[in-house]
Design a protein around this ligand. Structure first.
Ligand SMILES: [Zn+2]
Length: 130
């Protein structure tokens, strides 16, 4: 099993690799709040705040990004079920459904996500007690 799938299934932080506790929020940086399927494992809010502050690429797009927070998420399997003239045809199925097609990668959908502009979220997060 590859790193991306394991991190999603085991709720591991994409940044530090340790477990995100069930009492902790899962967070993701996001450019488009209409995104339905996420292809990144979640991150601890502390890790994401650190990454947003220290990674030049993330910092440069913070003003037009959002931070998504959710208590939990649904994991999907993206399966290749056939081909068309445009290429492979994919289908999203909930994790663990009877196999059909070839599992290509996992995706996830946050449950009851909250979207906050990244710059505001960082400011709020800096004030939050640890
Ligand atoms: Zn972490």
């Amino acid at each position: 099993m590859n790193h991306q799938r394991r991190a999603m299934q085991e709720r591991r932080c994409t940044i530090c690799g340790t477990h995100v506790g069930s009492e902790q929020a899962c967070t993701w940086p996001l450019a488009d709040t209409g995104t339905r399927y996420y292809f990144e494992a979640p991150a601890h809010s502390e890790c994401l705040a650190f990454a947003l502050r220290s990674c030049p690429k993330l910092a440069s797009i913070a003003h037009r990004s959002y931070v998504v927070e959710a208590r939990d998420y649904t994991v999907w399997e993206r399966r290749a079920i056939g081909t068309s003239p445009e290429g492979l045809v994919f289908e999203m199925t909930p994790l663990g459904e009877p196999p059909s097609g070839v599992v290509e990668l996992f995706a996830l959908t946050p449950i009851d996500p909250q979207f906050t502009p990244a710059t505001q979220w960082l400011a709020d997060h800096a004030r939050a007690p640890h």
